[in-house]
Design a protein around this ligand. Structure first.
Ligand SMILES: [Zn+2]
Length: 383
């Protein structure tokens, strides 16, 4: 049986870097599978079978020499190998010669499934890595050469390319899940010194962030950086509920920083301060950040669009301050939460549907049996 193996993005890129390349690769092709869907993948007890199914279709039905794509990116952010990279793919007819083909498992047409979380981050990281390894910047969406919608109408190439450059904005929707954030924190520090539960602090970041239009997941990553994963130990004391070092500078003594009445208010102040850097829009909630007006006075409001713009502004000199935040963010976005708990709901729902289908079928069978018996009686009667 043709076997397939899964890699993390890092290990797949490491493999490629060591590969002796015998062909020129200049074009990175991006597709979505449409079918199998993300749901099919999640429900499969043996994930390799999903890739094998594509291989079977490509080789047996379409009569290709092997699976068409070089890699498949699964919803859990894994890279599954495929056709030998030294062979051209069966990707976009007439354009395969110098291509590397990626299939993202899912249907990303608007209104169907969403490219998000670990899968989105994996694709971005993969494409960025391929750009470096193959010395190219040429990403091609299948639809550019065909009338298909592939890789899905919900994907915008310009935005995708911007994100690949790690130009992550401070404002916007969070993409990490609550579970990823919580479990990653607890893996690094099982006993965070906070005055609430880890679940609550994650919820505060996501909710307060959503209220102000700030990415709560990014702010949370910043809090992990600023507090040393809520170990504290610097100027700020745990009971001050100050997760972003607001009002703390190197010159002040222990405890000489802003204090907040509760974890929620502490998170709110952090989110507000971050919003101040990222936007000139007024705050939604009354200001609890004591330094918000200082940002305005110094003309800093709206001066940082991207996380890396905080370098030299939020942190001085802070040459790689934003990069450090993104590194932490990267860790939890790839943190896969135990599958059973993440997919239990989907499986239960599927189970229920199957049971209902089964009952309907049983009823139909009974009806047909009755009908059959009636007809049989009639025939017996006439014969
Ligand atoms: Zn395609």
């Amino acid at each position: 049986m043709r076997r397939f193996h899964s890699y993390t993005v890092e290990s797949y890129l490491a493999y490629l870097r060591n590969l002796k390349l015998k062909r020129k690769i200049t074009d990175i092709h991006l597709h979505h599978t449409w079918k199998p869907t993300k749901k099919t993948y999640y429900l499969a007890s043996n994930k390799e079978k999903i890739i094998y199914g594509m291989w079977k279709y490509h080789t047996q039905t379409l009569k290709w020499r092997d699976i068409g794509q070089h890699v498949s990116v699964s919803p859990d952010g894994l890279i599954w190998d495929g056709r030998d990279v030294n062979l051209m793919p069966a990707s976009i007819s007439g354009h395969n010669k110098n291509a590397f083909a990626i299939e993202m498992i899912g249907n990303f047409d608007k209104g169907y499934e969403k490219l998000e979380g670990a899968q989105l981050e994996a694709v971005k990281k993969l494409v960025k890595g391929l750009f470096e390894i193959f010395h190219t910047k040429k990403l091609i969406f299948h639809r550019e050469y065909s009338n298909k919608t592939c890789p899905g109408t919900s994907l915008n190439k310009a935005m995708f390319l911007e994100e690949i450059e790690n130009r992550i904005k401070i404002l916007g929707d969070s993409v990490a899940t609550k579970e990823q954030m919580k479990q990653y924190l607890l893996t690094v520090n099982p006993v965070p010194k906070i005055q609430c539960t880890p679940e609550e602090i994650v919820n505060y970041y996501l909710n307060e962030g959503a209220t102000e239009g700030v990415r709560g997941d990014i702010a949370f990553a910043q809090a992990l950086l600023e507090t040393g994963f809520f170990r504290f130990g610097g100027i700020v004391l745990p009971e001050q509920n100050n997760y972003a070092g607001l009002g703390a500078t190197n010159a002040t003594q222990k405890g000489r920083a802003a204090s907040f009445s509760s974890p929620q208010i502490g998170v709110r102040a952090h989110i507000q301060h971050l919003k101040g850097y990222a936007s000139k829009e007024p705050l939604v909630n009354p200001a609890v950040d004591p330094r918000y007006t200082i940002l305005a006075e110094r003309g800093l409001l709206g001066s940082c669009i991207y996380v890396t713009d905080l370098n030299g502004k939020w942190a001085i000199p802070g040459n790689d301050y934003g990069e450090k935040i993104l590194k932490i963010f990267d860790k939890f976005i790839f943190f896969s939460v135990k599958e059973e708990s993440a997919n239990r709901e989907g499986i239960l729902e599927e189970n229920k549907k199957l049971k209902e289908d089964n009952m309907r079928m049983q009823e139909k069978i009974k009806k047909y049996e009755a009908l059959f018996n009636t007809i049989k009686k009639e025939i017996d009667h006439f014969s």
